[in-house]
Design a protein around this ligand. Sequence first.
Ligand SMILES: [Zn+2]
Length: 430
Amino acid sequence: MSQVPANINEKKRREHRNSHVILTSHFNKVFSKSLPITWGAKDPMERGPVIATLSNLDNKNAIGSHSGSYTIYRALSIAAGAFPRDHKPDLENTDPTEFVAPQESWFDPEKIVSLDPWGAHVNSVFKPLLDTGYNIQPTIAITQAHLNIPEIRESIAKGNIKVDGKIITTAKDIKVTKVAIEPVWYLPSIAKRFHIDEGVLRKVLFQETGGMFPELVTRPDLKVLLPPIGSSTAYIFGSMKDLSNPNIELTCRVHDECNGSDVFGSDICTCRPYLTYGIEDAARTAQRGGVGIVVYFRKEGRALGEVTKFLVYNARKRQKGGDSAATYFHRTECVAGVQDARFQEFMPDVLNYFGIKKIHNLHSMSNMKYDAIVKAGIEIVNRLSIPDDLIPADAQVEIEAKKASGYFTSGSVKSGSTLDQVKGRKLEEK
Ligand SMILES: [Zn+2]
């Protein structure tokens, strides 16, 4: 059975696709009228728009395309004839519900390297170019939402957080501003942050994606890449403009995706309890006149992916002696080749985007996250670990292993035989 929409005939399909393959490595053929990008320039017109749309290759000035990992689905729907490849989005009424004021950090080419700070402002700052036909697409979108979360309702019932009609409505919803951010990489500064040569970075990115973007190696003049990876979302509790004021109390949780726990409530780790506790405390901070931010990064399974993660779960639970805190990190490394592939080096970019200078309460036990934030020039006053009563029984292995390896905790740390004794549930084989 064909999955292709039945209402699209072959003629239309051919119209939607482009019959010629144009190699973007030949710069006399494409990018001939592309605008330069001066990363970090103060005037947005001087900085130049990031143009990664494909409707007019003459104008394109960045490698890759929009929508992060969904770029492949867009290609698929064009291949199926479902929508035209030269579609130009109608941006009317899509402007942010609240604008992020330009911050000093936007004008330092090394401070923000993995997102475009002008990404939400495309419609206003690049209007003269849009009016003359340039197809410039926002890489950041900002809207308002209400969050209705069972754990927060429980906390309201227990009296841990109150309905104030402002941050938490009488329907027990939390009011937030949410900001979706697509990855936009400025390659020279990305290389610098990793202390590697830009040419080496470009070559390895090209090789290890099976040669996905030839321009990485053939067009060193193009410095910006929109990588086909997951995006990030910031949830802001209270006033967005307060984030940049170091005198206003700020509570922050930087959370890496864990679909199994975050969405499905799987109990092998502490991800969802940590996330919902972070949300609760961010809302509580906003209620007492401060501001909260929770940033959600699509870096599933320490950016190793969910397949690797589930393989590790099996390996942990089937090993001799069963799942144990003492061997937690070792088993991940055996399967994945590395303990962690998240690279927190880019994470503070989102915080710098909002002009954050001081975090009063950081909800994280991770030293990698802490070090990256401090290195980015942001002060951290208090570090908060997850309260013991929120840790699921089967997640004791993870939490004790992390504490033993040096993750931050205000509680005790196990070692030797006491660490060996922390065991997880046996695998219930089918
Ligand atoms: Zn998890």
